[in-house]
Design a protein around this ligand. Sequence first.
Ligand code: ZN
Length: 160
Amino acid sequence: MNIAKDSVVKLHYTLKDDSGEKLDHADESEPLTYLHGHKNLLEGLEAALEGKAAGDQVEVNLAAAQAFGEYSEDSEQRIPLKHLNGASKWEPGMTATVHAENGRHQVTVLKVGHTMATIDANHPMAGKALHFNVDVVEVRQATAEELSHGHAHGPGGHQH
Ligand code: ZN
């Protein structure tokens, strides 16, 4: 079957920046499984995968603005420590997830105090053009439970 809204898609991929440096990857030991059409991936990446099938290889190039945004100076913010998600103890340099009105954001922790942290609100990949080489491994229909949760379950997907 071809990737369409409500497909669950298993991928292997390599992500590189403009200089060819590897930023991230997913392979057999750690695949990425996502629910298509529910904003679980970058919009440009989902658009490029639409209509593809298992066995397809897809190259996707996204400018910074289409990926995690341009890098903006002056984006230091002080926020309550309890708003940082992803670890129980924080140190400078760590990446945290912050929930905001317009969704989840990844930020970089700069300083840690007793109750407040200073963060760089730029996504860790802000300002980078992204180059994905994607192998579509498996495409299946989402279960009713996955649709009600808005994400894929199982290996590479959401584990409850
Ligand atoms: Zn779920």
